[in-house]
Design a protein around this ligand. Structure first.
Ligand code: ATP
Length: 234
């Protein structure tokens, strides 16, 4: 479904991604794990069109996308939940969700998806008129995910959804991610919480300073001695 082919991405003189290749098959949860600064967010931002690779290419369902505008990529069916949620803090929950559908014009479909988001996240339904900036961290993560789902993505990019959340909430968010996947959305998940990410993913890639150093079925990686030492606390 998604193919990233030897991309090189720079921030000025900083060579952030050094020939990264990865593949996401339809229906899977694929996770990208690695330490701080390895290039995980940069990879997602490049896929969603916020950064351009200097060389290499990205294709989605066979179509090259690495030179398309970000909005066009959303329209094709890829939506990103950014690190740190980035909700619109001064707007209500409802307005944030509405904005998630900004690339669509099918009113009926938007209403259906809104109802789906509210049934998946009952707390958002209860708080639909609340100013988003006053939500708790977990609720803001749910809102950011709900907003991304409002574009009806076929591929959802999630950047550190567990960041800053208490363990119980992390569990809840991960079970929601699994559910979203089981109802037909393919997921590329960036996480520092390798343990949780590997527990729900089908396939995993390990990123170290801009390079993929290891990849394979998530269960195999979870069992690997090197991964346990480096990312799972021994
Ligand atoms: P984190 O979990 O901290 O976000 P990450 O694995 O997502 O880590 P990136 O944020 O993708 O890593 O960063 C990859 C490299 O690019 C790092 O060396 C980082 O310092 C650098 N970098 C990231 N954003 C910028 C930027 N806007 N300008 C310059 N360098 C940047």
């Amino acid at each position: 479904m998604l193919k990233v082919d030897k991309i090189n991405v720079y921030y000025g003189a900083i060579h952030a991604l050094k020939g990264i290749s990865l593949e996401v098959n339809e229906g899977d949860i694929v996770t990208l794990i690695g330490a701080n600064g390895a290039g995980k967010s940069t990879t997602l931002r490049t896929i969603s069109g916020l950064l351009r690779p200097k060389t290499g290419g990205i294709s989605f369902e066979g179509q090259p996308i690495s030179s398309l505008a970000a909005q066009k990529i959303v329209k094709l069916g890829i939506s990103q939940v950014p690190e740190g949620r980035r909700i619109f803090a001064n707007m209500t929950v409802f307005e944030n969700l509405e904005l998630g559908a900004y690339v669509r014009s099918d009113k009926k479909g938007i209403q259906e998806d809104l109802a789906k988001v509210f049934s998946r996240f009952p707390r958002l339904a209860e708080r639909r008129s609340q100013i988003a900036g006053t939500l708790s961290g977990g609720e803001q993560q749910m809102l950011a995910m709900g907003r991304a789902l409002m574009s009806r993505p076929r591929l959802l990019l999630l950047d550190e959804p567990s960041m800053g959340l208490a363990p119980l909430l992390v569990k809840e968010i991960f079970s929601i991610i699994k559910e979203i996947n089981q109802t037909g959305t393919t997921i590329l998940l960036v996480e520092q919480n390798a343990h949780m990410a590997l527990s729900i993913a089908h396939k995993a890639y390990v990123l170290e300073t801009g390079r993929i150093t290891l990849s394979g079925p998530a269960q195999e990686l979870a069992a690997s001695e090197d991964i346990r030492k480096a990312y799972l606390g021994g």
